[in-house]
Design a protein around this ligand. Structure first.
Ligand code: NAD
Length: 369
């Protein structure tokens, strides 16, 4: 069967990662075009990755007949409109996390893709990260007995692009940006159990001058089988990306540090090229990671999605996954706003962005009455 032809929307951080990930799955997929609005960026990206076509408007990319699947690596507020346009153009969609800004958008995206008969694939790479997959396999074999607590933390010094800090474009702060990974991870790890309730403690500890968003949060999720998920999200940890999990059952436990656990403890007085995502320096003690994309699971994820398009595999992360995460994001922000646990289902209508439920607690209060 021929390789799935991919078009990438966006040409910066995550676009580079997706282009490299597709290149690492050469039997299943290839990138044939990129679209990005900033002058020169799409051309430079195409040149860098050896991609044949570059467009400045994603609508042109959607008219490209060769493209079967698009990968959306644009800011969060654009995920829904681009997905809906792509579905109407008959393209399968890989949408970066978080799925969108609102639950209404999540519904509309799922609906548009269903109607068009295309796949909506939710890019949660932690479902493919080799260390985390191993932990899940052991849990499924019963290695830890009954798993009652799963923790995931994602922490770094803050995002690289301005739009993340502008809640009108991102929808929220660290919980929206990083917490979405942990929410999805705990849910997936526990076998996609229903979420019963959510409690979140959020604050803006360090970056108050730059953002109205949360930069530090702990979110506790109660699942239908009684197990607990605990998600730590921070934009306040210098020293490079920290992504790790802990799993506890009545018969055992496991710990996995995705990046530092696969790094070379290194000391250099002069520094060197690159250590790990978001590390500000390579001088002194650092933890340069090897095979960074593979450790995250990006090539494995894109390979799986391409195989889904060809009907060789069933999606393990789709629009429904993104919608589950979106509802928990709503509940987390509402919980922080009201200072109380929020029971699910929690689907307040007409919310513009999740963080509004924190900043304007009355919106959450109304939804609960
Ligand atoms: N899975 C992960 O671990 C991961 C990591 C980083 C980012 N992301 C997600 O990927 C998305 C992009 O993040 P990023 O870090 O690449 O941001 P970025 O700022 O580095 O890049 C955003 C890109 O979107 C482009 N863009 C803006 N408006 C556009 C439009 N109208 N049409 C087409 N392209 C447009 C920009 O030109 C830029 O190329 C976000 O949703 C983010 O949450 C996911």
């Amino acid at each position: 069967m021929s390789r799935v032809k991919v078009g990438i929307v966006g040409s910066r951080f995550q676009a580079d990662c997706i282009a490299a990930a597709v290149k690492a799955a050469p039997d299943e997929a290839e990138v044939v075009a990129v679209a990005s609005p900033t002058k020169g960026n799409a051309d430079a990206f195409a040149k860098r990755h050896g991609i044949p076509r570059a467009y400045s408007d994603y609508h042109e990319l959607l008219r490209d007949k060769e493209i079967e699947m698009i990968s959306i690596t644009a800011p969060n507020r654009l995920h829904a409109p681009i997905t809906i346009d792509a579905a109407r153009a008959g393209k399968h969609v890989v949408c970066e996390k978080p799925l969108c800004m609102t639950l209404e958008e999540a519904d509309a995206m799922i609906d548009a893709c269903t109607k068009a008969g295309v796949l909506l694939l939710y890019a949660e790479e932690l479902f493919f990260a080799p260390k985390y997959v191993k932990a899940r396999q052991m849990a499924d074999e019963g290695a830890f007995g009954r798993v009652h607590l799963v923790k995931q933390g994602e922490k770094h010094s803050g995002p690289h692009s301005d739009w993340f800090w502008d809640v009108d474009q991102s929808g929220g702060g660290a919980v929206m940006d990083l917490g979405c990974h942990g929410i999805a991870f705990c849910w997936w790890f526990l076998g996609k159990q229903k979420v019963k309730s959510v409690y979140s403690q959020m604050s803006t500890q360090v970056h108050g001058k730059r953002t109205r968003g949360d930069d530090e949060a702990i979110t506790i999720i109660e699942f239908a089988n009684g197990a607990i998920g605990m998600v730590e999200s921070s934009w306040n940890r210098p020293g490079g990306m920290d992504d790790s999990i802990e799993v506890f059952g009545d018969k055992g436990q496991t710990y996995a540090d995705m990046l530092m656990g696969n790094a070379l403890p290194t000391y250099s007085e002069v520094g060197f090229g690159y250590a790990v995502e978001k590390a500000a320096t390579t001088k002194g003690w650092t933890y340069p990671v090897f095979e960074e994309h593979w450790n995250y699971g990006f090539p494995q994820e894109m390979r799986h999605f391409a195989r889904c398009v060809r009907g060789k595999e069933q999606p393990i992360s789709d629009g429904e996954t993104g919608r589950v995460v979106q509802e928990v994001l709503y509940a987390a922000y509402a919980s922080a706003g009201l200072g109380q646990k929020i029971r699910l289902p929690f689907r307040p209508a007409g919310i513009e962005k999740p963080i509004d439920l924190w900043k304007k607690p009355d919106l959450a209060r109304v939804a609960l009455t």
